[in-house]
Design a protein around this ligand. Structure first.
Ligand code: FES
Length: 115
């Protein structure tokens, strides 16, 4: 199982294929996912120190480009776990004061087109 290290939290393992935002949330990190994991809000943004996935969904690229965030981080709602990674959430519920947002489905939304 991939090992996930989040700066400031204990390292944990989560199943390959799981959405990163859900793995983080289920392991005690108070992630924001205001749009419900649909690649619209960018509140689930994380920055990688290692293990950044090379593939990206078209939906992620589109919204990162539109918001000027391409190259600044990745959307944890658009990443499926494959390998070990070390990352930092850009914002969390506690750091932003926002509500987490709409619950995230187990499967990728929108239907992924990998680029
Ligand atoms: S872009 Fe909204 S939760 Fe990921």
């Amino acid at each position: 199982m991939p090992q996930i290290t989040v700066v400031g939290f204990p390292t944990f393992e989560a199943p390959a294929g799981q959405r990163l935002v859900l793995a983080l949330e289920q392991n005690g990190i108070d992630m924001l996912h205001r749009c419900g994991g649909k690649a619209r809000c960018t509140t689930c943004l994380v920055t990688f120190s290692s293990g950044e996935p090379t593939s990206m969904t078209e939906a992620e690229k589109t919204v990162l480009e539109a918001k000027g965030l391409l190259g600044q981080g990745r959307l944890s709602c658009q990443i499926l776990l494959e390998a070990d990674m070390t990352l930092t959430p850009a914002r969390t519920v506690s750091s932003s004061g926002l509500e987490a947002g709409t619950p995230v489905q187990d499967h990728l939304e929108p239907e992924p087109v990998w680029i």
